[in-house]
Design a protein around this ligand. Structure first.
Ligand code: GTP
Ligand code: MG
Length: 184
């Protein structure tokens, strides 16, 4: 090595994507990683994986290992193995179905009970109100209430997203990564 050599950093981060059935978890990942959307619904069985590689800055490569957990797994029933060594999470609800929002606090409680960072703090988690290309129902129409909800429930941030129209997915991922980096 010589003095002109810059130090390249390479991070691998495990990120969970959880939330109720058919809220769009797989679609968000497909959009983010493969730049692709399909209207067809095929429920995820168990867990799927995807890897997103980002050139974060000129010295830093970030590899996000995305764990796409089936909504069928249901909060509370999810095996602890899924959570092991996760450093960030997205919780996804469907902004056209209020009941999927009502589940969010259960997913969050399950997450926080099963994984913590090495310093004992909760892992950063970003809330995604997906299918925002459709008419939205309930609290998600009120930005102020959503901000308050996120603060009280311990979310780092929330975004309305659309996997269909590619809205806010890169932005949400960027915020989650920033939070993960802050915690390191
Ligand atoms: P499970 O694997 O069963 O937990 O479902 P999932 O959360 O992975 O949902 P998936 O991505 O399979 O999407 C469910 C359905 O919603 C599919 O028919 C998708 O095409 C549709 N969908 C997903 N995202 C969007 C979106 O942003 N807008 C619209 N309009 N439809 C979407
Ligand atoms: Mg799925």
């Amino acid at each position: 090595a010589n003095q002109t050599t810059t130090r390249r950093r390479d991070h691998l981060y495990k990120v969970l994507v959880i939330g109720d059935l058919a809220t769009g978890k797989t679609s968000i990942i497909k959009r983010y990683v493969h730049r692709f959307f399909s209207q067809n619904y095929r429920a995820t069985i168990g867990v799927d994986f995807a890897l997103k590689v980002l050139n974060w800055d000129e010295n830093t490569v970030i590899r996000l290992q995305l764990w796409d957990i089936a909504g069928q797994e249901r909060y509370g029933n999810m095996t602890r193995v899924y959570f092991k060594e996760a450093v960030g999470a997205f919780i996804v609800f469907d902004c056209t179905r209020v009941n999927t929002f009502e589940s969010v606090k259960n997913w969050k409680a399950d997450l926080d009970s099963k994984v913590l960072l090495s310093d004992g703090s909760k892992i950063p988690c970003v809330l995604l109100a997906n299918k925002c290309d459709q008419p939205k129902e309930g609290i998600v129409n009120n930005n102020h209430q959503m901000d308050e909800y996120c603060k009280s429930e311990g979310f780092s941030a929330w975004f309305t997203t659309s996997a269909k129209d590619n809205i806010n997915i890169d932005e949400a991922a960027r915020v989650l990564i920033e939070k993960i980096l802050e915690k390191e």
